[in-house]
Design a protein. Structure first.
Length: 608
């Protein structure tokens, strides 16, 4: 819109050179400046003071395809035509308010899949096996223009009107034609013909279908509320449709999974996945997914996903999947192959994972006496679902025991004190018992430890029929331990003798007390008590412990322990004060000898 100071052209920006309009020549009936964005084309008018239409808001309007509601990508503009564009003169409509003149605004809005007007050819065709186009697409030109005719000046307070002319300058019918216009800020909307949807400052007309070379006119009436320049901007959008012919191919994917029915825990197994395309077109970017049961192990985890390459129609490919059996039981692997254009293909494989087990028990006495010969039974059992490998069993003897014999051709290694059995494999549910006989040679407190291992036989490299995976499986192992205590029997022997007899009155008689442990066990807490005869007086002693005198009794401090074959000696000196026979009596008790043992020695004292 222009004010009282005349017409002022609106500056526009030039698009890239590749977006020039057909037949456009600078300086021929067009205002200087740049072209609007590619989706809007400005046609020059027949007057020198023509103001080009203002480009629509936000660049190109988004035109949804027919029947969809979503946008379609713009196609390149039509190539330059040899026929120049003839400027169009549009006289002001009758009934417009008088003024210094009128001005027009025009715009062309086009949506492409369009090249040459009116031309057509075969649509793109694809080879069903390669997907390569073998034909050409149909070409149509669609173009819609909007032109605004309005007075150059009006008097304040006077109602005025302007007209929007929408034309289909293309060669095909345009659907869903929609015009939007902005009401100037300093004007009040009065009415329009046809009636508009009025929302705030925006007017909307849904014109519907527009045939080739057809046009529709919109008259808008406004009343200004202030002096100055009034500006509005009209945009047109529409829906375009084009008919195409394309051959549709479809891949059809099938999958088959095969593999061993039985596998041992710890072994590697391979599933063979066969993917086939029985459809009419190639399968592109197939996604293979494997869902593993808990007992099957793969470096990527229980969910595996991989992308497969191009698979032409009628062809198949085999994909190997290596897994490790980690848990006994029926383990399943589900394979799903997904590809665009085909329903998902699913297959499942089941593997019975078997596992040998090894249990070991040991029975026998936990206590024995020194010189006793206890016998122990060792039982191997396989409660698993597969036969074990050959079994080697070792039993290590505790200190204080020696090997006597063992069943089942066992051998004894005195260096490491181990009894060794070489046994065959155990079938599922089977068991086997062997025995070993020992002798307790000293009092001891230890344990009888046994370990059994089922290990694959090591075959020569390259030997036929040997599964390499079996040679790296961790061997089965079972352990057990039995506490054993050997106890000795204490056998205390003690003697009491006088070293000189007879002895003159007034002189000392010496008594020797000798205590010896002749048994096989430790003797502890040995207690001695001696009684002196009438006329005998204690004068001193020597020995391992002190002696307390209590009248005619001598109390020895206890001997804590006396080892096997151990011995202690006391020498007690006694002075005789009376002539005659004097008796020296000694009593012994210990933890092992509860009933007192008494020894007595008689000495004759004489008077000169």
């Amino acid at each position: 819109m222009a004010g009282g100071d005349g017409v002022r052209p609106v500056s526009l920006e030039l698009p890239p050179p590749s977006m020039e309009l057909p037949g456009f020549q600078p300086g021929v009936g067009a205002a200087s400046g740049s072209l609007p964005p590619p989706s809007v084309t400005v046609e020059p008018q027949g007057r020198d003071n023509t103001v080009p239409a203002v480009p629509p808001l936000d660049g190109n309007p988004t035109v949804p395809p027919l029947g969809s509601g979503g946008p379609i990508p713009p196609a390149p503009l039509a190539p330059p035509s040899s026929t120049p564009i003839v400027p169009v003169l549009t006289p002001p409509p009758s009934g417009l308010p008088s003024g210094e003149g009128t001005q027009t605004r025009s715009g062309v809005s086009s949506v492409g899949m369009s090249n040459d007007a009116g031309s057509s050819s075969m649509l793109p065709m694809s080879n069903p096996s390669t997907g390569v186009a073998t034909g050409l697409s149909s070409k149509t030109t669609q173009s819609v223009t909007v032109e605004a005719v309005c007075p150059e000046t009006i008097v304040f307070g006077q109602e005025y009107r302007y007209e929007l002319v929408v034309r289909n300058t293309g060669g095909t019918t345009t659907m869903g034609v929609r015009v939007e216009d902005e009401v100037p800020v300093s004007a009040r909307f009065i009415s329009s013909d046809p009636p508009a949807e009025y929302n705030g400052d925006r007017l909307v007309w849904n014109l519907g279908q527009l045939d080739p070379s057809g046009e529709k006119r919109i008259v808008v009436r406004l009343k200004p509320s202030d002096e100055g320049e009034l500006q509005s901007r009209a945009t047109v959008t529409y829906t375009t449709a084009v008919a195409v012919r394309t051959r549709v191919t479809r891949p059809r994917i099938a999958v088959i999974v095969t593999g061993p029915e039985v596998c041992r825990v710890g072994e590697e197994t391979t599933l063979s996945i066969k993917v086939s395309n029985t459809g009419t077109g190639p399968a592109q970017r197939m996604i293979l997914q494997a869902d593993l049961a808990e007992g099957l192990i793969h470096p990527q985890g229980r969910k595996i996903e991989a992308e497969l390459t191009h698979l032409p129609a009628g062809e198949s490919k085999v994909v190997p999947l290596k897994l490790m059996a980690g848990k006994a039981g029926l383990q399943q692997c589900q394979i799903t192959v997904a590809v665009e254009g085909s329903s998902d293909a699913t297959a499942r494989a089941s593997i019975n994972v078997v596992e040998p087990l090894l249990h070991l028990t040991q029975s026998g006495p936990t206590k024995c006496l020194v010189r006793g010969e206890p016998v122990y039974e060792l039982t191997l059992a396989n409660p698993g679902t597969a036969t074990t490998d050959p079994i080697t069993m070792y039993t290590v003897l505790p200190e204080g025991f020696e090997f006597i014999q063992a069943s089942d051709q066992a051998s004894y290694n005195p260096t490491n004190r181990a009894v060794v059995w070489k046994l065959g494999g155990l079938a599922p549910g089977a068991s086997r018992t062997v025995t070993v006989k020992l002798r307790a040679i000293a009092a001891a407190d230890g344990s009888l430890r046994t370990i059994a291992q089922a290990t694959p036989e090591q075959a020569p490299i390259g030997q036929a029929g040997v599964n390499p995976a079996r040679q790296v499986v961790r061997p089965l192992e079972a352990k057990t331990e039995t506490a054993i205590k050997s106890e000795g029997v204490a056998a205390v022997r003690f003697e009491v003798i006088d070293l000189e007899d007879p002895v003159e009155v007034g002189k000392e008689a010496v008594y020797e007390i000798r205590v010896t442990n002749q048994g096989t066990g430790i003797c502890s807490n040995i207690q001695l008590v001696a009684a002196l005869g009438e006329g005998a007086v204690y004068t001193g002693s020597s020995g391992p412990t002190q002696i307390k005198v209590q009248g005619q009794h001598l109390v020895f401090e206890p001997i804590p322990t006396l080892a096997v074959k151990g011995e202690v000696v006391y020498r007690v000196r006694v002075k005789g004060t009376l002539a005659g026979e004097a008796r020296f009596r000694v009593q012994l008790t210990s933890d092992q000898v509860r009933t007192p043992v008494i020894k007595e020695e008689s000495t004759r004292f004489y008077q000169q």
